[in-house]
Design a protein around this ligand. Structure first.
Ligand SMILES: Cc1cc2nc3c(=O)[nH]c(=O)nc-3n(C[C@H](O)[C@H](O)[C@H](O)COP(=O)(O)OP(=O)(O)OC[C@H]3O[C@@H](n4cnc5c(N)ncnc54)[C@H](O)[C@@H]3O)c2cc1C
Length: 377
């Protein structure tokens, strides 16, 4: 049977970033992806924001990898010609209680090592975003936006240059842990099955990462690895009103942090989107329900009073791979070598929701360090 050094399940931004870090001459690294190209699931359906790392509990993987990942991503973009821009972002308080939340975010952002944060009064907010209403704001100068598709294509190209094999239209359907690694059975484009052995298996399967863990024999409920998909829809601002927004405008997040709240992002072409909302789904479908427009208007009315129903058109949707059920406490990323479960060489990346895009290069580096220490190939 064919033997490789490592297989990565999933060619989203996380799987490719890991591949980019661990590929080296003489190593057989294979990425298996069920779709026909890179990043066709979560990685191409998000806000494309390079987050600064404000919101996450100090010391968490989300905080650490977001702050590290943000500077890595800006540097990578500069070096590889990926369109990206530091736009700055305001988080806006429209009520007195939200002003308190802003102060807490200011403290947590500073504890996480976010540079340049500033609390703004209304006049200062108006200098940055003249048309946005609010009592005060938290300004994050280092937040920005990136062209995710260009990033995916560049990392894919770098992996291929380093002789990594990326096998598209091929799905992992069975896994059998054996003494020398994992027997991986895949179903190819023609539906034919074939098997190979990999010494290391890295699970970067996004919304299906719980199923991959399950194939390896992990009880995903006991382990806390079950994915609860939470859909987020976007609406686009049509007509000339998009010119009333300068950069990124976020509301004060709800304490539960199901998302960061319906926010406003301006992409690199200058068009402006509102979203995402957040609701649980069973099916992975990406339609946008036009009747949800009222939720978007209500969610942003305090900050963007100039918007009316006619200004918004349904745009796109994405699905977050959350590992806590709705209403439960927010969980950190899972980046875990599963040797304690008897799976030497099996690395799980589960619950890589936002800020996963921002953190991708730092996650890749973290996985390489983990492998060097615990399962060198
Ligand atoms: C609405 C939304 C907004 C977001 N906004 C931001 C943001 O602004 N900034 C930010 O930093 N992050 C953001 N994120 C988070 C970020 O997009 C994700 O963390 C990141 O894209 C996850 O990448 P991934 O590679 O883990 O998943 P994916 O891109 O989904 O890749 C996983 C891949 O695994 C493949 N796969 C699954 N099962 C198998 C199998 N059995 N065999 C073969 N292949 C398989 C899938 O086809 C898929 O391509 C957002 C997410 C959402 C949903």
């Amino acid at each position: 049977m064919l033997k490789v050094d490592a297989v990565i399940i999933g060619a989203g931004i996380i799987g490719l970033s890991v591949a980019h870090e661990i590929c080296s001459p003489g190593k057989d690294i294979v990425v298996i992806e069920q779709h026909s190209g890179p990043g066709k699931v979560i990685s191409s359906r998000n806000s494309e924001v390079i987050h600064a790392g404000i919101y996450y509990p100090s010391g968490s993987l989300k905080a650490t990898l977001c702050v590290e990942g943000s500077s890595m991503l800006y540097a990578f973009s500069r070096n590889h010609g990926i369109p990206a821009r530091t736009t700055g972002k305001v988080i806006v308080a429209v009520t007195a209680s939200e002003e308190k939340t802003l102060e807490e975010l200011f403290v947590s952002g500073q504890a996480n090592g976010v540079q340049g944060l500033a609390l703004l009064d209304r006049a200062q907010l108006k200098r940055i975003e003249p048309h946005v209403e609010g009592k005060s704001a938290l300004f994050s100068p280092g937040t920005g936006i990136i062209d995710t598709h260009a990033l995916l294509k560049r990392i894919e190209a770098l992996c291929l240059e380093k002789s990594c094999s990326i096998v598209y239209r091929t799905r992992l359907v069975a896994l059998d842990p054996v003494s020398s690694g994992f027997v991986c059975t895949v179903s190819g484009p023609d539906g034919k099955r074939s098997s190979f052995i990999s010494e290391v298996l890295i699970n970067a399967a996004g919304l299906d990462s719980d199923q991959i863990a399950s194939l390896a024999g992990i009880d995903i409920d006991k382990a806390g690895y079950r994915i609860y998909p939470i859909k987020g829809e976007y609406f686009r601002i049509r007509g000339s009103k998009h010119r009333l927004i300068q950069g990124l405008v976020y509301p004060c997040p709800a304490k539960s942090l199901t998302g960061l709240g319906i926010h406003v992002t301006k992409d690199l072409s200058g068009s402006v989107r509102l979203g995402p909302n957040a609701f649980p789904v069973k099916e992975h479908t990406y339609d946008v329900n036009p009747s949800h427009v009222d939720e978007f208007l209500a969610g942003t009315a305090g900050m963007l009073p100039f918007l009316s129903r006619d200004d918004l058109i349904p745009d796109m949707a994405g699905i977050r791979p959350k590992i806590h059920a709705p209403g439960e406490e927010v969980r950190d990323f899972v980046i875990c070598h599963e040797q304690k479960r008897g799976l030497q060489g099996f690395i799980n990346l589960i619950g890589i929701e936002s800020p996963g895009l921002t953190s991708c290069l730092a996650i890749g580096r973290r996985v390489r360090q983990l492998m060097n220490q615990e399962c060198p190939i």
